[in-house]
Ligand binder design. Sequence first.
Ligand code: THU
Length: 124
Amino acid sequence: MTDYTKLYEEAIKASEKSYSPYSDFRVGSALLTSDGKIFTGCNIENASYSLTVCAERTAILKAVSEGISDFEAIAIYGTENPCIPCGACLQVMSEFCESDFKVVLSDGVHELKEFMPNAFRLKK
Ligand code: THU
């Protein structure tokens, strides 16, 4: 079983960058690519609330915009834990990740299919 301790620590560190003046709910994520790189993300809120971007999507969009879309795992740390990814983030994960993609939370290592068994898809 892979040890995702370092990845989880990166998610904790990333949560320190959270911009969350409205909810005061800080979230950090650390996304591990299939070739061993880590992209981190935090939640970034907006006065127009619906424009808020979650920590998971920040990390995924950073990676994809750099041309990388093969992922192994994501660790997530929030003000309250376990911090289960929201439906929007699960949908975005499902666009790029297989069902055995690992979701590392405070209570252990999960797989994407546990939270999102049937994602909406237009291809595959
Ligand atoms: N949030 C995340 O960053 N990830 C999630 O999966 C759930 C929610 C953020 C969005 C918002 O800034 C704050 O947590 C409270 O909802």
